[in-house]
Write a protein that binds this ligand. Structure first.
Ligand code: BTN
Length: 270
């Protein structure tokens, strides 16, 4: 892996990248580090448009215009992890949407590797929860080519390492609040994520969604339980049955009908 333009963290009075000269990851990943950007997703898109390869990453210490799902803001102070991974999986756009589950599985693995006392659970579609609170979010953005096939996918990931928003739509926490050593900086978390992501990505490319789906379901929060799903203009209420073969949320509505949901915000009854 090539680590380019490493910034001096000492300037920020913080330990984050102190002593870091390279991350120990497979050579197919290239990490571009930045002190501050608007959004790492935008930075990696610029690289993608210049032909950057699958596995290109932009990591920033802070973002001034971090984005969350559904047009929300992702507040991005120094101390947390913000990065975007460029992927060119060579699949359809619909299949590439599976990668949001790959991302949350890899994050869960990375967190457990760093502290095996932590027990991450996964909230559909791609949040990681600890003690029922959100520690990370994934924003997927894709670009189609001229004939409508997938050109590339940008997987933007934010992890609350030391900070979390107090007023978030869904209750949040940080890994350090949950007990992770504050000696682990974003660099170590990123390195651990990449090493966790790579085998899942390879497995998914080789075998498709089934293994990813069942591993995700093994860690799913609220399976079989009553949940609410907020959609634009309505809130569904029902029992979380499973995710289907494409990753859609399968809900047994209180009305007795079944509904497959492809986008929305999940809340748990208890
Ligand atoms: C969510 O709403 O849960 C998704 C949040 C995704 C935030 C990350 S931080 C790195 C990347 N850059 C952004 O602007 N957003 C994503």
């Amino acid at each position: 892996m090539v680590l380019q333009s490493l910034h001096q963290l000492y300037l920020l009075g913080n330990d984050i990248m102190k002593g870091t000269s390279s991350l120990n990851t497979p050579t197919t990943y290239t990490v571009h580090s930045r002190e501050e950007v608007g959004s790492t997703n935008d930075e990696v898109r610029l690289l993608a448009e210049q032909g950057a390869h699958d596995g290109t990453i932009v990591w920033a210490l802070r973002q001034s215009a971090g984005r969350g799902r559904q047009g929300r803001t992702w507040v991005s102070p120094v101390g947390n992890l913000y990065f975007s991974l460029l992927l060119r999986p060579g699949t359809s756009i619909a299949d590439a949407a599976n990668l949001s589950f790959v991302a949350s599985l890899a994050l869960s693995d990375a967190i457990r590797k760093l502290d095996n006392n932590l027990v991450p659970r996964l909230k559909w579609p791609n949040d990681v929860l600890i003690s029922g609170k959100k520690v990370s979010g994934v924003l997927l953005e894709s670009k189609a080519d001229k004939i409508g096939s997938l050109d590339y996918l940008i997987m933007g990931i934010g992890v609350n390492l030391t900070h979390y928003p107090e007023d978030a739509r869904y209750p949040a926490t940080s890994l350090v609040e949950q007990g992770l050593s504050n000696k682990i900086g974003p660099d170590k978390l990123l390195e651990t994520f990449i090493n966790s992501f790579d085998p899942w990505y390879k497995l998914w490319k080789k075998e498709g969604f089934p293994n990813v789906r069942s591993a995700w379901l093994d860690q799913a929060h609220g399976l079989g339980e009553k949940i609410y799903v907020r959609l634009p203009g309505e809130t569904l209420s029902g029992r979380f049955i499973t995710i289907d073969k494409d990753g859609a949320l399968d809900l047994d509505l209180d009305s007795g009908k079944q509904r497959l949901v492809t986008a929305g915000d999940v809340f748990f009854a208890s």
